[in-house]
Design a protein around this ligand. Structure first.
Ligand SMILES: Cc1ncc(COP(=O)(O)O)c(C=O)c1O
Length: 445
């Protein structure tokens, strides 16, 4: 059984924890404390049930409290709690890499382990530079990211990302030589599109302009999220990603897909690359890899990239990169158990089965007061609200708070309410999420 609800914390007990990406003072004045979880639900410290419409933080794809993962982790801790992977190895790290290669997009059968999405992104950027250097193109060091992109909080990821709040404070410390594509969100043309918007593939042609500006010979890689989540769920226009792929191929530039949120079934296939039939050269993942149970990330690489780096003296380290906890045995055990669940329960494709019902449900919000756009793909949904005059984000934040009060956990980013429920969701729970959200938006000023 899960642990029983814990007593609420006193204000003084809330002081020491400097909370990440949180309005600390607001939270500590009115804390939202979760005590346990099972299936589609959390329970708060005071025993209230909350339906999880965001898979924790886009990671608990198989639902909460999965006994198989607990057992695998426990067994691994009892057998060997840690083993180094620098100049040493342990069997389940190799087993996991093989299992991941088997479900990866075509050719992406080399896997480098990290501990988070941010680390995966910085790892992929470093691999891209090292790859070009190994091929005698060491001057290819520039990166092209995208406005509104989110690639975590490392200096590399922040630099290629396009989130203003992430950039304004740390701008002077960014990695040099980065430029950005325009984002593809355009409510004027695409509001209330169902699935991918049909207008906007031409935004990819901006890459040609940036290449003409910097010269292809200086550019290592382009990095984009196939679907961005953190900027408020932005979907790629039909044909956009294929066009990016073509332009990268033409100029020998690597394409990196950041699949930290889209990986592991979110779009109806194992990876968004497969849903959109466009394969990248490097792919960053984390979150759903272990169902959120143990921190872990993985960078998938095309074999040509790995092979290009396997040179130099036999005894020399080929890539000067790695983390103490790369392929941590406990994380590997959690990931293997997670993959077993995904396979056994058909979860990597369940979003595709549920997508029509999901789409119907979230688009029922069209016409509700304040709602200026609804976006969906697979088991991802977003509802964009008209901002309050002079107070961007305030209305959606109130909606988020009230949804939680009414027993549904959604996520707010700017004036967007984002949803990404566990892939085990049932139709009646979809209805409950959307009915709650509709009621809350109606009751919000
Ligand atoms: C696309 C993308 N990349 C990277 C990250 C960063 O992952 P983490 O928070 O595990 O470092 C996120 C997190 O939401 C993400 O959405």
């Amino acid at each position: 059984m899960n642990a029983q609800p814990k007593p609420a914390l006193s204000p003084a007990e809330l002081d020491a924890f400097w909370m990440p990406f949180t309005a600390n003072r607001q939270f500590k004045a009115n804390p939202r404390l979760l005590a346990r979880a099972d299936g589609m639900r959390y329970w708060t410290v005071d025993g209230r049930e909350v339906l999880d419409a965001v898979s924790g933080l886009w990671c608990v794809n198989a639902g909460h409290g999965r006994r198989e993962i607990t057992d695998a982790v426990t067994q691994q801790l009892n057998t060997m709690e840690f083993a180094p992977t620098f100049q040493m190895g342990h069997p389940i790290a190799f087993e996991l890499a093989n299992r991941l290669a088997a479900i990866a997009p075509p050719g992406m059968d080399r896997v480098f382990f990290t501990n988070s999405g941010s680390e995966s992104v910085d790892t992929a950027l470093k691999i891209a530079i090292a790859y070009h250097r190994a091929r005698g193109a060491g001057q290819r060091t520039r990166f092209i990211g995208r406005e509104k992109g989110y690639h975590g909080v490392g200096f590399g990821g922040m630099s290629v990302g396009g989130m203003v709040h992430n950039r304004k404070i740390f701008g002077s410390s960014m990695v040099p030589g980065v430029d950005h594509l325009p984002h593809t969100l355009d409510l004027g043309h695409n509001a209330f599109s169902r699935g991918l918007p049909h207008w906007g593939a031409h935004f990819a042609n901006e890459l040609e302009r940036l290449i003409a500006l910097h010269d292809a010979s200086t550019i290592a890689a382009v990095i984009v999220e196939p679907i961005s989540g953190s900027a408020g769920v932005i979907l790629p226009p039909v044909g956009y990603l294929k066009r990016l792929r073509e332009i990268c191929d033409k100029h020998d530039i690597l394409l990196i897909f950041d699949e930290v949120i889209t990986g592991f079934g979110r779009t109806g296939k194992a990876f968004a690359a497969q849903s959109f039939d466009v394969t990248a050269d490097l792919m960053t993942t984390a979150k759903g890899l272990t169902n959120g149970a143990v921190p872990m990330g993985a960078v998938f690489a095309q074999r040509k990239i790995y092979d290009a780096l396997m040179q130099g003296p036999e005894g020399a380290i080929e890539l000067f990169h790695g983390y103490t906890y790369s392929a941590h045995p406990v994380a590997c055990a959690a990931a293997l158990a997670t993959l077993d669940i995904y396979t056994k329960e058909g979860l990597l494709t369940r979003a595709a089965t549920l997508a029509p019902k999901w789409e119907e449900a979230v688009h029922s919000l069209r016409g509700t007061k304040h709602v200026i756009d609804v976006r969906n793909y697979g088991l991802i949904g977003a509802v964009e609200l008209e901002p309050r005059a002079g107070k961007p984000g305030a209305r959606a934040f109130d909606v988020f708070l009230e949804c939680f009060e009414r027993g549904v956990m959604v996520r707010q980013t700017g004036d967007v309410i984002a949803m990404s429920p566990p892939l085990i969701i049932e139709e009646k729970q979809i209805t409950r999420i959307v009915e709650t959200l509709t009621g809350v938006i109606r009751d919000t000023d």
